[in-house]
Design a binder for this molecule. Structure first.
Ligand SMILES: [Zn+2]
Length: 579
């Protein structure tokens, strides 16, 4: 008798093979059999009419702080994710000298919009080195497995100390020490190294992430450290400025070490290379023996604007600045006052100095690019659904229409503003990329951008929109599941998951595709110290199983935490022996 049998579902196994009706038998943390008449289980789940998939593997998250205090790991775990890779984009919390802890928090708060007060209250800092951080992670089990990158920002600050200033040039000895620390982290089990090369990533004090202007020599030296260990993914967020010639060093690094290099590929105001050139430059390197993989998002990177969020269109108005620090009840009372509203709408914006001032203008008045976000919101909205179009129909100014949207639900209304990846006003450009084997589904940024973005639900969006509902070209269920499970797992050397087959880890989802539906996001104030974050649930997840144990039933956390810390690449001995 097995521990658990999932009976009668349509098994989408993650290999890309056609879905087939079968039972899945689990013992301990492993899948033992898939087929008909496989016997019974002590526990059984009826999956008839549902799909059965591997657990989702999300390789681009920022749960580095949250994972040290939180076992549920929402919102990713609410969307079928059973493995997260953290420490992306060069930011994280180890290594950390005691006198740099606050500084690392301000870096994470600035880059990823995770409330610093929550991080300061939530983290225990019972580590200094990277291996000690991994040990600290190991002490708290969760609903998901977590894996790490060693983040460049923390490493550079650790080695350079007070010399870490904008434009700092590390000495050869510094680079050797950084390489040693990265090698030590990877030997302790980190799956890669990450760096940030974008002006969009700054600390709350406006400092660029350490390493933003690192030379190719520094980056390649660090890549060699992973090469000495024999595994590790080099992850990067970059503005891809032409003069930096990023693809050349990414190609050189990957050819020399044999390791994959992966970067965020987006339509972005901050990126000098347009997306099609990002892809063609990558392919030119790959045709020449490199292994570069583009991380793509499945929808616009959408800022969710709200009075209580981090960003909304009126934040540059003097009237807003006046009430900015009031408690919410006080703000709401003012916002509901017609005279206050009239004054705010009539005022000129006062923009701060910024590298991205055009962007601030779009936030404060780009009504063509902003959309009402109701309960049945379509994340691929048409121009006719924009605030500009709706306001014109209603005979109102865009600003007044936007103000009224934010006032809905007693001041808890939302406006969706796809800041990246929506330059065309649709997602057609992602159609060919989702069929390519040099791209990988990513950029959910789970755990980050707490007051601005909630894309951790992207696996649900993939199934709801790209597989089921989209008006234009769609993605087959089998391809979508392979991309979100097997392809992401293999990029990071996790051969033991992302597939449903005997010997593989028993990480699964049972999903009612007909009922699958993203809920409306909401702002919760449930981080440590009352820190805010956007959360989003979904209907349709009948159950999620992690390492053979049911962690969620119908969206409810079961209080069972089988997830651990992944150390190094993972193999499937049993399945290999059977083949
Ligand atoms: Zn990121």
């Amino acid at each position: 008798m097995y521990d658990l049998v999932i009976r009668g579902g349509m098994v989408v196994d993650g290999s890309g093979a056609p879905a087939r009706r079968a039972d899945v038998a689990i013992a301990g943390d492993r899948i033992m059999a898939i087929g008909d008449n496989i016997g019974t289980g002590r526990d059984e789940i009826d999956a008839s009419g549902k799909i059965v998939t591997p657990g989702f593997v999300d390789i681009h998250t920022h749960y580095d702080g949250q994972a040290t205090w939180d076992q549920e790991m929402a919102p990713s775990s609410w969307h079928g994710v059973t493995t997260v890779v953290m420490g992306n984009c060069g930011v994280g919390f180890a290594p950390a000298r005691p006198d740099r802890q606050d500084w690392l928090i301000s870096l994470m708060e600035g880059v990823e919009d995770i409330p610093g007060t929550a991080l300061a209250e939530g983290m225990t800092w019972d580590w200094e080195t990277f291996p000690e951080y991994m040990d600290a992670l190991e002490r708290l089990p969760r609903t998901v497995d977590v894996a790490c990158h060693v983040p460049h920002g923390a490493v550079r600050a650790y080695v350079l100390g007070d010399r870490e200033q904008p434009g700092a040039v590390p000495t050869d000895a510094d680079i050797a020490e950084m390489s040693r620390i990265v090698e030590e982290g990877v030997r302790a089990g980190a799956l890669g190294f990450s760096t940030s090369r974008t002006v969009l990533h700054k600390s709350v004090d406006g400092e660029l992430v350490p390493g933003t202007t690192a030379t190719p020599e520094e980056l390649i030296a660090i890549g060699r450290a992973m090469g000495r260990v024999g595994y590790g993914v080099f992850e990067m967020a970059s503005d891809l400025k032409r003069e930096w010639n990023e693809f050349q060093w990414m190609g050189d690094l990957s050819r020399e070490t044999g390791l994959p290099v992966t970067f965020a590929a987006l339509q972005s105001i901050a990126k000098e290379l347009p997306l099609d050139e990002q892809i063609s430059e990558m392919r030119a390197q790959n045709d020449n023996g490199a292994n570069i993989v583009a991380q793509i998002a499945l929808r616009g990177t959408g800022i969710i604007m709200a009075w209580q969020g981090t960003v909304h269109p009126f934040r540059f108005k003097p009237a807003w600045v006046e009430i900015e620090t009031l408690p919410w009840a006080g703000q709401l009372a003012r916002l509901q006052d017609p005279a206050f509203k009239a004054r705010m709408l009539a005022e000129e914006n006062m923009f701060p100095e910024s590298d991205v001032v055009e962007l601030l203008h779009v936030i404060a008045g780009g009504w063509f690019a902003q959309f009402e976000m109701g309960p049945d919101f379509n994340y691929e909205p048409t121009p006719q659904e924009s605030i500009m179009a709706r306001a014109a129909e209603a005979g109102m100014s865009g600003a007044e229409y936007a103000y009224d949207l934010l006032m809905q639900d007693a001041g808890k209304g939302f406006i969706y503003f796809p800041i990246l990846n929506y330059a065309d006003g649709n997602l057609n450009f992602l159609e060919p990329l989702q069929g390519a084997d040099d791209t990988v589904n990513s950029l959910s940024d789970g755990g980050a951008h707490c007051g601005t973005i909630c894309d951790a639900a992207s696996p649900t969006f993939m199934l709801q929109h790209w597989v089921r509902d989209r008006a234009g070209a769609r993605v087959t269920l089998e391809t979508a599941i392979k991309r979100q499970c097997r392809d992401t797992a293999l990029l990071y050397g996790l051969e033991d998951r992302g597939m449903l087959a005997p010997g593989y880890l028993a990480d699964l989802n049972i999903i009612d595709m007909a009922a699958l539906k993203l809920g409306k996001p909401w702002l919760a104030f449930d981080l440590p110290a009352g820190g805010k974050r956007l959360l989003q649930k979904a209907d349709g997840y009948v159950a999620t199983v992690k390492s053979g144990q049911v962690t969620f039933r119908n969206g409810a956390c079961q209080g069972i935490f089988p997830g651990g810390v992944i150390r190094g690449p993972q193999r499937v001995e049993y399945a290999q022996a059977a083949e």
